[in-house]
Design a protein around this ligand. Sequence first.
Ligand SMILES: CC(C)(COP(=O)(O)OP(=O)(O)OC[C@H]1O[C@@H](n2cnc3c(N)ncnc32)[C@H](O)[C@@H]1OP(=O)(O)O)[C@@H](O)C(=O)NCCC(=O)NCCS
Length: 171
Amino acid sequence: MIRDVQWNDMQDLVNNYYSYYGEMENEYPDMGLIFYHSRPEFVSEIDWFSTFFRDIQAGNAIGVVAEEDGKVIGLCDVHRKRPDSDVSHIGILGIAIRKEFRDKGLGRQMMEAIIERCRGKFDMIVLDVFSNNQQAISLYKKLGFIEYAHLPRGTKRGNKFYDEISMYYDL
Ligand SMILES: CC(C)(COP(=O)(O)OP(=O)(O)OC[C@H]1O[C@@H](n2cnc3c(N)ncnc32)[C@H](O)[C@@H]1OP(=O)(O)O)[C@@H](O)C(=O)NCCC(=O)NCCS
């Protein structure tokens, strides 16, 4: 089921987020998410979620989740770029799904749902993606995102660099 994020989703979302750290550390070192150098404490996650919820209430963020068997297993979010400024017509998108639930079409469904919710609230959605993240890039292109920039070595993880591609979607 694809639905709007709710206040009581916090624990599942934090568990998911921590699972991405485990995945990056143990099996997928090139995983295309931006990680802090150390896993944030639970208390920082509470701050993150509270801020996210306040931003949703203020009309500055949208969150869509995928739920399977009563558990939230993926999040797609859009945050307004600098509210009350000359760039606040732009929303910045992020998406991640737990490993066991990828390649089943949930990413596409969450993206389609959030794009619809962004209409009338933003004029444009932007995102950054590692250039080696072919699945994500192919999904974004199929949905109509257009590449507008390529930043060589845009991310540095340990001693390894990753190029970043920036894409936009006109709403
Ligand atoms: C990227 C991600 C959100 C995509 O979600 P998903 O549910 O796995 O993707 P879907 O099952 O909806 O598939 C999306 C499309 O990619 C295609 N695809 C799958 N694997 C692919 C590959 N290796 N190369 C190219 N395309 C691929 C699928 O065929 C599908 O296309 P379709 O809708 O026309 O059939 C998910 O894989 C994920 O969370 N990855 C880890 C975190 C991440 O990389 N986030 C993105 C950061 S920018």
